[in-house]
Design a protein around this ligand. Structure first.
Ligand code: BTN
Length: 264
């Protein structure tokens, strides 16, 4: 079935995530569109989807390659009643939702890399960018969960700079994947895990996240702007920070950056 608004709407009837759909041909960034809609009062569960992005945004002001006709670019509006400090839980929950989804296609080969990369056989297949607006009372007003999944893009079409570190679902599975099926399952997984997060707290989601992460017990290096932190990974805390111990066994918490495993 074709990946279009009509078919998607039909598949999302009765769902909370996807209750309102904005399916667009080309946008700057689905996160920016969703942010504007949320400022205008759009409900929780509203989703923005685009066939392509001209200025797809990645973490740390990077660009997200977003050609038309092959991948998924979507942003979801959530309105959790939480303090901003807990917002990273939403990013990690989304990571688990994507990892569960991709595991249906590549069982046993999907990993999560802190803070938000989803990988297949060690190559990045999905990125998650969450942005939020905070009210005057210092509560989250809304969170935009932006998800980009490399679905059917061919290796040769990746920008040269990413070719060796990125992959697509099609490259890993060996056949074309239905974007319609994929996005419906993605929203379903997220709806389920978001409900778990709100009803039961972060504990079980954190356990699921660890099952997909291959970082615990390993030596890593985290680079953020000009600073480098290194140490052994112990876990993540309830605010989504990475807990590491340095060479003097001092425990540190890392809140942002790019993590690389330096020694298994
Ligand atoms: C990263 O890994 O750096 C995060 C990439 C997030 C990309 C997605 S694509 C849909 C949404 N819109 C954007 O502009 N970015 C996110």
């Amino acid at each position: 079935m074709a990946f279009n608004e009509q078919n998607l709407t039909a598949r999302l009837i009765g769902k909370r995530i996807g209750n309102s759909i904005h399916f667009l041909k080309e946008v700057d960034s689905t996160n920016d569109i969703a942010f504007q809609r949320a400022l205008g009062g759009a409900d929780e569960g509203t989703v923005v989807i685009a066939e392509s992005q001209t200025r797809g945004k990645g973490r740390l002001k990077r660009q997200w390659q977003s050609p038309p006709g092959c991948n998924l670019y979507t942003s979801i509006i959530l309105r959790p009643e939480i303090a901003p400090i807990f917002a990273p839980q939403i990013t990690l929950t989304t990571g688990v939702a994507v990892a569960d989804l991709l595991s249906l296609y590549c069982p046993g080969n999907v990993t999560l890399k802190w803070p938000n990369d989803v990988q297949i056989r060690g190559k990045k297949v999905c990125g998650i960018l969450t942005e939020m607006s905070v009210s005057a009372a210092y509560k989250v007003d809304f969170i935009i969960v932006g998800i980009g999944i490399n679905v059917n893009i061919e290796r040769s079409d990746f920008d040269e700079a990413f070719r060796h570190i990125a992959t697509s679902l099609k490259e890993e599975v060996g056949s074309e994947i239905s974007r319609l099926d994929l996005i419906v399952k993605l929203f379903d997984n997220l709806e389920h895990l978001y409900t778990t997060l709100r009803m039961e707290g972060f504990g079980s989601i954190k356990d699921m996240w660890f099952k997909y992460s291959d970082m615990v017990g390993k030596q890593i290096r985290v680079v953020f702007n000009d600073s480098v932190q290194a140490g052994e990974v112990h876990g993540i805390d309830d605010f989504g920070a990475l807990i590491i111990s340095d060479e003097n066994e001092v425990i540190r918490k890392v809140i942002a950056g790019d993590a690389t495993i330096v020694k298994d």
